[in-house]
Structure formats: C-alpha cells, structure tokens
Design a protein. Structure first.
Ligand code: AMP
Ligand code: ZN
Length: 479
C-alpha cells in the first residue's frame, strides 16, 4: 500500500507516512453554526469522510477531531465585520446559544444522512475559552503579541515562516497589499487573538481574561482545540481552499510559535462546489441545503454520489441536471446489486461484508486492486466509482463475490449499498414505487417530458410501467 496525498504545503503529491505508524491524527475545520451548512460546505465534509474512510480501509487507526465554531468567526475571515452568530441573533431575535444549538443539531442530522462518520470529538469553541486564553498567554510570554486599542494581536513579523502555506509574500503584505481598516495593527497581516473592544455594542458572548472581558478570535480556536485533543503535531489537517491564505496560515503561526515544532505534516484542501452563477456562499443567502434537495425528492446519498464523481481538488459545478444524472446512476447501481443478490441466493448471506471473504483467485480481486490504487492516488474517487461499475457489469465475476467486493468498496464510498434489501421475487422495490408516484404527479401537472424521463429511469432499473385505465401497473420487464 502506498497512499499518496496532495500536500498544500509544498503543493505536491507526497507519500503518506503518519508521525506515529499506529494511528493517524486528523483534524478538520468544522461548521460555523449560525445557519444551515449549504451543499458546498457539505462537499467539504464528504471529502473529509472519504479521506477518513480510505485511511480506515487501509487499516490505519484514525483519531478525528472537528471543531464547532460557535463564537468568533466574523463575517470576514480576517478581522472585519461582525460575529456571524451575533448578527444572526440580532436579525432573528433568538439567543446566540439557541442558534448555535439549533444549527449544530441540523448539521449532524445532515452529515448522518450523508453517511458521514462522526468525528471522535466535536468540541465547541465556547467550551474551550480557557484553553484559548492559555495559548494566547504562551504566545504573549514568547513575545508574539501586542495589545492595541483594547485587542490582543498576533505580530506576524515575529514569525519568519508566516505565509509559507499559501506562498504569501510578506513584503507585499507590509506594503499594504491588503486593505485594512484596523489602524491598531502594526502590519496589515496581523490578526486578533482576543477582542475586548469590539466594534459592535451587543456582543452577547464574553468571558473574563487577563486582557479584560471579551472573546477570542476565530483562528485561535482551531489551534487550541486541535492541540488539546490531538497533541502538538497533527498528521492531516483539512478544510476548503478558502482557508489556506488566512485561517490555516494563522493557525500555523499560532501553533508553531508556541511549540517550536511543525504543527501539521499534510495539509489537504478541497476545491469549491460552485453554482452556475458562481460561488455558493453561506453569508449571502440563497444557498441550497440538503433539505432543499430531499424536499425535491432526491436522497441525501444521491448528493454524496454526485460529490464522488469529481476529484476533491477540482471545482465541482452543481446543477439539478447533473444531480439527476447522479441519482439515476446510483439507482442503476442499487438495481444491479439487487439483481446480483437474487442470482447469488443463499451464497450471499446478508450481514457484515467483511465476513464474506473474496477469494484470492476471484476475478473480483482485479477490481478491488484497481479500486485501492485509485484511492492511493490522492483519493481519485471518480476512478474508484468506475471500478465499482466495472465490477457490477462483469458477468464473469460470480454474483456472491461481486456483492462482497462491492460492499468492501462501499466501506469507502458510503453510498448505502450495505442497506440494499434483498428483493422478494414478487415485490417491486420502494424506489421504483416512489418513481411511479412521481411520474403520476408529473402527468397530472402535464409535465410529459419529466414523466417520460422517469419511465426511462424505471426501465433502466428493470421495470416497465403499463398505463391501465385503473392506474399504472408496474412489472419486471423480463416478467
Ligand atoms: P464554514 O461553516 O463557513 O466555516 O465552512 C465550513 C467548511 O466548508 C470549510 O472547510 C470551508 O472551507 C468549506 N466551504 C465553504 N464553502 C464551500 C464551497 N462552496 N464548496 C466547498 N467547500 C466549501
Ligand atoms: Zn479551523
């Protein structure tokens, strides 16, 4: 096994070698819980899940931590604007605590629907204020901070490697390349570790600190919580590409200044999901949530499958047409699994796929080997999915072995194959019945194009719809 991952630090593919061979310390930036995660955010969490499942597939023991940002993330990733939760609280009339609790719950509901494995720890920023204060004190003792205008700032000129992750040029920052309205800063790249004098009057969440009553900057939370739960050095840290130049750059500056050690060995960043109109943004409203998709009749796992069809480092353009195509492909996979189940009969007992070994000489091994090497190549999920298709289409692979191998693949892909039920000979699967109903609704609305499209999908799944006077009847098309 030779897993290679693209490290943003150095911008190259590197062989993955964890610091401690027995376990992998993985940290991913979590949601800012002032609103629902949009489907772009969810792409980031599907990516981390595929990474984690891949590591587990290759028998690494993974310790995964993801923070919940419930304080300190301003409407700009730098130090401008207003705390996102506070603004939401003012607009909605609910307390910041209620908002955070509500959207945290919604977040985990969505990640569960997407088959995303829960992190081993999901610490909330507001529960770790003492750890953040201690970290700021350690930075202060080492001379990395200054106080101005009531806030504590990180002085980036004290950290010579500042900006290495993003390839930032410090001299251009000093020359004022970034417009900054905070006149307290000595350097425009400096950032706030602790606010006491906020620009906004009604900051609901404040804590006592050596610098006065106030609240932490956003960046300090990830350094404090990652080091608390995973130690001073992490193997992998993930997030979206938007975090490279500010958030992760600042996390490195904080952690490495205090420990003197390399904070993270491999930085992995997912590219964005974009809409036809451009970037999908949580703060600008008008974004799509997983609930929007399920209300429109998609299954959450159709969206997961859609995400897998692009490499995580490629921008992924969302459209409902593309999601439709992903849904019908996933349905064809499910239907093929069912067919193979009836062919396998009692040779394929349902249950733990790991209990159904694929013999070394099985033709399924070729697909499993190719699947593993596609994942080893920086998590190439589009190619890994193609191996699943190859396996399912190949009639030379005995049905029971094809099923066992498909379920092994689903350990990483997570598209719900383990829960496909064996079909009774006489009954029509629930997905087909719901499509038949959807087609009836389309016909009632005189949307015949959609109705025809659904009929074709149903046919691809192995069923025909016959329109009788009393209503539609559905049969297997070989029946
Ligand atoms: P936030 O809740 O805004 O802190 O973002 C949560 C995660 O989603 C971060 O890792 C972001 O980098 C990532 N992210 C934000 N927007 C997108 C997008 N449109 N596509 C993919 N990832 C995104
Ligand atoms: Zn973070």
């Amino acid at each position: 096994m030779s897993l290679k991952l693209h490290n943003t630090l150095g911008r190259e593919l590197q062989a993955f070698e964890p610091i401690d061979p027995d376990s992998v310390r993985l940290y991913s930036c979590g949601p800012t819980v002032y609103n629902y995660a949009h489907i772009g955010n969810l792409r980031a969490y599907v990516f981390v899940d595929v990474l984690r499942r891949t590591l587990e597939y290759f028998d690494y023991r993974v310790q995964h931590v993801m923070n919940i940002t419930d304080v300190g993330h301003l409407s700009d990733d730098g130090d401008h604007g207003e705390d996102k939760l506070v603004r939401r609280s003012r607009e909605s009339g609910n307390s910041v605590w209620d908002i955070a609790a509500y959207y945290t719950e919604a977040f985990f509901r969505h990640t569960t629907q997407l088959n995303i494995r829960s992190p081993h720890h999901a610490p909330r920023a507001t529960d770790h204020i003492p750890e953040m204060i201690t970290l700021i004190q350690r930075l202060e003792e080492k001379g990395y901070t200054y106080t101005a205008g009531g806030n504590v700032y990180y002085d980036i000129s004290r950290f010579p490697r500042y900006g290495a992750l993003a390839g930032l040029d410090l001299s251009s920052l000093k020359a004022g390349a970034r417009v900054d309205v905070d006149s307290n800063k000595r350097n425009p790249g400096d950032f706030v570790l602790w606010f006491t004098r906020s620009k906004f009057e009604k900051q609901a969440m404040v804590w006592d600190s050596p610098w006065g009553r106030g609240y932490p900057g956003w960046h300090i939370e990830c350094s404090a919580m990652s080091m608390k739960y995973l130690g001073e050095q992490l193997d992998i840290h993930c997030g979206g590409v938007d975090h490279i130049s500010v958030h992760h750059t600042n996390e490195i500056a904080q952690a490495e200044a205090v420990t003197g050690k390399q904070y993270v060995k491999y930085w992995l960043h997912n590219e964005f999901l974009v809409m036809d109109r451009g970037k999908m943004s949580k703060s600008e409203g008008g974004f799509l949530t997983l609930d929007t998709l399920t209300e429109r009749g998609y299954e959450a796992l159709d969206y997961r499958y859609f995400c897998l069809l692009a490499h995580y480092r490629s921008e992924l353009r969302f459209s409902f047409d593309a999601l439709d195509a992903a849904r019908s492909a996933r349905r064809r996979i499910v239907s093929r699994i069912r067919t193979r189940m009836s062919e396998a009969g009692s040779d394929f007992p349902p249950g733990d796929p790991d209990q159904t070994p694929v013999s070394d000489t099985s033709p399924a091994q070729r697909y499993l080997a190719a699947f593993a090497s596609d994942l080893e190549d920086d998590l190439n999920t589009p190619r890994a999915v193609a191996q699943l298709w190859g396996l399912l289409k190949d009639d030379d692979v005995p049905a029971a072995e094809a099923l066992a191998a498909a379920l092994r693949m689903d350990d990483v892909l997570g598209i719900g194959l383990a829960s496909v039920q064996r079909e009774e000979n006489t009954s029509v699967p629930a997905e087909v019945l719901s499509l038949v109903q959807e087609r009836q609704a389309a016909r009632t609305e005189r949307d015949f194009a959609r109705a025809d499209q659904i009929r074709d999908t149903v046919r691809e799944m192995g069923y025909v719809i016959v329109d009788n006077a009393g209503g539609p009847e559905v049969k297997r098309h070989d029946a």
